[in-house]
Design a protein around this ligand. Structure first.
Ligand code: DC
Length: 495
């Protein structure tokens, strides 16, 4: 909406990084202001905006007039409020945070975004993470984004020296008001410190923030802990949640938020063999600085041990004893590769042998084996910081994961991938029809076993990988992760 500042310049630089040409639109959207809000006094500095945009790397700046966007402009009259002709926000997303305080606002945001996208047809839209609710509503309610005709690239919040998030409205603050406004990020930091000290109750965390701000004379609209994706109130912090705040400081209404983490994030990836799960998980883990936990390797290691000790693949006393005395250890190399040892033997390679692959589905169906391995996997989950891959990660082992993904592909596609994989490993692949039959048979075993059968988690996201590259799948999963965990909460790269 203009009044460009460091935050906007960062968006433009991020857009430059994507490649292609960068267009900046500057449009103070009347449809998102209610009567009595600051539409007429919103900062407008077209000359300064054009200069800053160009210096930051924009190829063009577009200042559309109201009639360019809204035709006769009738439906953008702030006095009449927005019409209902545009895409509508999902009601549950506007029940919390700013929703109740700004009736009609998100309808207006959706309307202008739809029209801007129609006119420009960009490949990528770059937006800041500061107005998290706006970002969430757009991602989930604007067809161009959820139908993936256009990628939304979120950029971390840029803050002023005192910690205040950069915002066009900050320019209206006097020096004293600016100091007062800086108490907002301070209060949010105090909440994060309380979480660090063990506090998990939303009421206590919200009250802590509200109390500090009120004591400093600020008028607080809300301080609310919500789930970052659903924006539903979160009574207790279990994994990752967003604490959002809106306050009035002098003439300005300011927003800020902080992601609170009870532990590091967890991503659960399930799906049948041959969907590219391992490669995708490895690359995603590296991008996000998370540990790659390959739980299939754990089942394979037990299968290897049973084969090695010539033990029949069934429940009973012998299996009980093997599990009680077994020592399964995981470690990660410099490049994030998982090394697996069982009873002191490094079996990282041996578990990939065809005889292990052929045996493991029956081993994985044994309840005692699942119980022992699930317990061990959950131990890793206490701290979080994982991308775990398997068959029951989202459904049984980590139901609390921030992101649960179910990767699929047709059996024919998976047979082709498996053949290529075997050739690369120096193994001679059987005919494709045989591979496809084996894959279908394995799927059947994994999906119909009574213990933790393979299926998508209820709140999981199903991602079909036929015909899309590994990179594209990883991009998609990163997007899904960023809808749940911001860059501030969990920056990319190593941790
Ligand atoms: O993904 P993979 O092929 O390495 O898995 C080996 C076997 O272990 C496969 O039959 C599915 C099973 N498995 C499981 O049942 N649960 C898991 N969490 C991981 C793998």
């Amino acid at each position: 909406m203009g009044g460009l500042h460091r935050g906007h310049r960062q968006l433009i630089r991020a857009a430059r990084g994507v490649g292609g040409r960068v267009l900046v639109s500057v449009f103070v959207n009347p449809a998102q202001f209610a009567a009595g809000e600051d539409f007429t006094t919103y900062p407008k500095h077209p000359d300064g905006d054009a200069q800053q945009a160009s210096a930051a790397g924009a190829d063009a700046v577009w200042f559309p007039a109201v009639e360019h966007i809204y035709g006769d402009a009738g439906d953008a009259n702030p006095e009449r409020g927005p019409t209902t002709s545009g895409p509508q926000p999902e009601p549950s997303l506007i029940q919390t945070l700013c929703g109740p305080w700004r009736p009609g606002h998100f309808e207006g945001v959706l309307m202008v975004m739809e029209r801007l996208l129609e006119r420009v047809q960009p490949a990528v839209v770059v937006m800041g993470e500061k107005d998290w609710q706006q970002l969430t509503v757009l991602r989930q309610c604007l067809p161009a984004f959820y139908e993936q005709r256009c990628r939304l690239l979120p950029v971390p919040v840029v803050r002023e020296e005192g910690g205040l998030p950069c915002s066009s409205r900050n320019c209206r603050l006097s020096p004293a008001q600016r100091r007062q406004a800086a108490l907002v990020p301070q209060a949010l930091r105090a909440a994060a410190a309380a979480v660090h000290a063990g506090e998990r109750r939303a009421t206590v965390l919200e009250q802590l923030v509200r109390g500090r701000l009120k004591a400093a004379g600020l008028e607080v609209d809300y301080a609310q802990l919500v789930h970052p994706l659903t924006l539903q109130p979160c009574p207790r912090l279990d994994g990752v949640a967003l604490l959002g705040v809106a306050v009035h400081v002098g003439p300005a209404r300011l927003l800020d938020h902080s992601f609170l983490l009870a532990r590091k994030p967890i991503i659960a990836i399930d799906g049948p063999a041959g969907t590219g799960k391992s490669t995708v998980t490895r690359l995603l883990a590296a991008r996000l600085g998370l540990l790659h936990l390959d739980t299939g390797a754990m089942y394979r290691a037990v299968a290897w041990l049973m084969l090695e000790s010539r033990q029949p693949i069934r429940s009973g006393g012998a299996l009980q004893q093997l599990l009680e005395t077994m020592e399964l250890r995981l470690a990660w190399g410099d490049h994030g590769q998982q090394v697996i040892r069982i009873n002191g033997v490094d079996v990282s390679d041996a578990i990939r042998l065809p005889r292990v692959t052929a045996t493991v589905p029956r081993v994985a169906a044994l309840p005692e084996v699942r119980q022992v391995l699930t317990r061990q996997q959950r131990m890793f989950g206490r701290q979080g910081g994982l991308v775990s891959e398997g068959r029951d990660m989202g459904t049984a082992v980590f139901p609390q994961a921030e992101l649960k993904v179910y990767l699929t592909a047709t059996a024919a596609e998976r047979a082709r991938r498996r053949a290529a994989d075997m050739t690369q490993r120096g193994q001679a692949p059987p005919p494709l029809a045989t591979l496809e039959a084996q894959i279908t048979e394995r799927d059947h075993l994994d999906c119909t076993r009574t213990e933790a059968p393979l299926r998508p988690a209820e709140d999981g996201v199903v991602v079909a990988t036929d015909g899309i590259s590994v990179e594209q799948v990883v991009d998609k999963l990163e997007d899904l992760f960023r809808q749940r965990v911001s860059h501030d909460a969990w920056p990319a790269g190593r941790h």
